[in-house]
Design a protein around this ligand. Structure first.
Ligand SMILES: [Zn+2]
Length: 310
């Protein structure tokens, strides 16, 4: 009997000890209150002026410039989180001496004044920003480089294949359901004469005198399905350089030569690293949340609220 009472007493002490631990823990781990978009004001450099904008208003303008407003709400919310993360990381890099970011998609990310669209569209975009208020993506406790693009053509590209530096969360992933995108597949043709002129100007050492079926050789591919490199008239060229030279929509491409006509078919549009906007739309239409979309494209990252100093 005494033993039973002792055992019960010990059990009670243990449970109380456990209770005390649970009460104490949140106090020990208390963090500063998370921040909202309203805590930030950005200086945004446009062609005309440098504007001072609350972060939320700026982000609605990024959505207007960067993603079709008729996309599903979860796709717009995924884009809002990516754009918020991208902007705050850029703001830290001092790329522009007089502003945090600019409004050019080729430099920072696109931005248009939200008042320039109709009230209904503006409200839909503002809602996507509001419903993700203060949320960003992090990796190893730091804001990620949340790159995005229009359409991958079925699979995204790793950062290392396009820019040469390994980024653990920017790897090649499948991006199904993009076939409906207007930029999924693009076909362009040149005559041998036209293409010879363009290529010879950029690659004077290239041998382009013979028939065009011998011009393109030794294509190598990245894990994302893009052309990493190829020989053009005997000169080695990176896939990204070929894209630039010919103004191609992506490096995911096939080349067909028929007589004197060269046809290049590209899949997707953009650098194809990070979030695919049409892929996000396909996932949203399948019922996936913005969080699921983001963690699919930015592998191993975390969705977190902004915190002071972090
Ligand atoms: Zn810029």
């Amino acid at each position: 009997m005494k033993k039973t009472i002792l055992a019960l007493f010990m059990l009670l002490c243990l449970s109380l000890g456990g209770c005390c631990e649970t009460v104490r823990a949140p106090i020990e781990e208390a963090q500063p209150a998370p921040l909202r978009d309203s805590a930030y004001t950005l200086l945004v450099k446009t062609e005309e002026a440098v504007l001072e904008l609350p972060l939320g208003e700026y982000l609605a303008g990024v959505l207007l410039a960067e993603m079709p407003a008729d996309f599903a709400p979860e796709a717009l919310k995924a884009q809002a989180v990516a754009a918020r993360t991208f902007a705050l990381r850029k703001a830290d890099t001092a790329r522009h001496p007089d502003a945090h970011v600019c409004s050019q998609s080729s430099c920072c990310q696109g931005w248009l004044p939200i008042e320039s669209c109709g009230e209904e569209k503006a409200e839909k975009l503002r809602r996507a920003v509001r419903e993700t208020d203060g949320l960003v993506l992090t990796y190893g406790g730091r804001l990620i480089d949340a790159t995005f693009f229009s359409c991958s053509g079925g699979r995204t590209e790793s950062a290392v294949a396009v820019w040469g530096g390994e980024v653990p969360y920017l790897t090649a992933v499948d991006s199904p359901g993009e076939e409906e995108a207007p930029v999924y597949e693009t076909v362009r043709s040149w005559s041998a004469g036209e293409l010879r002129q363009i290529l010879a100007q950029a690659l004077p050492e290239a041998e382009l005198d013979g028939p065009p079926e011998g011009w393109f050789r030794s294509l190598s591919y990245s894990p994302g399905g893009g052309v990493l490199g190829l020989e053009v008239g005997g000169v080695m060229l990176e896939g990204t350089r070929l894209r630039q030279l010919l103004g191609l929509r992506s490096t995911r491409l096939s080349i067909r030569v028929e007589g004197e006509q060269i046809t290049i078919c590209t899949y997707g549009y953009g650098h194809r690293v990070g979030l695919s906007q049409y892929g996000a739309q396909a996932m949203a239409l399948e019922g996936k949340s913005y969080g699921e979309i983001l963690l699919h494209y930015y592998r191993g990252t975390g969705l977190q609220r902004l915190s002071p100093g972090g």
